[in-house]
Design a protein around this ligand. Sequence first.
Ligand code: SF4
Length: 435
Amino acid sequence: MLSGKSFYIQTFGCQMNENDSEHVASLLLKEGAVKASSPEESDIILINTCAVREKSVEKLFSYLGRLKEQKQTRQAVVACLGCVAQLYREKLLRRFPYLDAVVGPAQYEVLPEILRNSIREKAVRTAWKRNWTELPILTEARESTVSAYVTIMEGCNNFCTYCVVPFTRGREKYRPLKAVLKEVEELASRGYKEVQLLGQNVNSYRDPETGADFTEVLKRLAEVKGIEWIRFITSHPKNFTLEMARTMASVGKICHQLHLPLQSGSNRILKLMNRNYTREEYLEKIDWLKSLMPDISLSTDIIVGFPTETEEDFQQTMELLEKIKFTNIFSFRYSPRPYSAASRMKDDVPEETKIERLIRLQNRQKEIQLELNRKLVGKKLRVLCLGPSKKGQLFQGRSEGYQVVNFKSQEDCRGHFVDVKITGCGPYSLHGKVS
Ligand code: SF4
């Protein structure tokens, strides 16, 4: 029985994983288990993992190593979930014999049963699914009471050569639009103001029941009363259409903010990555977006040191950084991932070159962010207040462009939109006061 048992979920990785952890928490709460605030206090420790980069897997292994002590000193059930569980399966049990269960992302509906059994025996359950499995989230399992993640699709058919996701999450599966709508309506009735639609490639969404595409999803969700901001992640540039840009520009509730992973500015490298667009095509889409929404905030992902990347290839990435002026980037050194096509290429860019390119890229990006943020000083921004800031006296929220804003307010404004006059900034955040 799980009733009365306490559980703690440690989440590694992206928003998709955070949302998965909320699903898992819901399943356990429904069984009568209770949330604990630390692994030390819990009967069940769940580690929701990310396999997208070698570094994240190393971080996880070191976390799992530290849990050995917990298992030696008391009787906690420890289970590894998520993409690393899917990828390494029995190998994890061999390396960390004190794990009680290893459960892939498509098996969460049977997790309570596995945990009940794990108290008696070890289990490995991983498999992909072809169809969507609806796992509703209880409000008490959500991390925020203001902004909610809503998954609309999962998996990926793209097989970018560096990426492990098609091997951990399987092929694309789409959630029926009516289930998405129902969840968003319920969130609105509970006072949520913002939804962030999630999926590995949201632009390829098709309603399995009606065939409605992603722009239709955006339009339908914008009709839900109470939800004021809609965001979505991740968009693949090859599937991002002019119609989507027009929908973003014309439907008032869709934030003028887009994460559009570039990965490289070199056509030769993009081809080797199997990205299916050129730098010119990417730039054309950025032009549409900027001309339709001059205030749009753009962010991206960039990989440096992909096999055979030369200084000239890297310079082409730097050129695009200069030209586009992203408000944020997520940048990484290439590392070969299991099963991916690129793992069969020679990882020939020396590690010191990868590090040096990454530092140059991040340093220039930091300057760009500071330049962009300085232009906002003195302006008034509409901010959705998410709660008190980590530093105490202030509140924290996000602007429409998804910038972090720390601000002073006389009143407790969590869960509300406020106009904040920006009085200062750093490269990663803005600060100000309610005007
Ligand atoms: S689009 Fe490419 S990078 Fe993104 S999840 Fe799919 S295979 Fe991975």
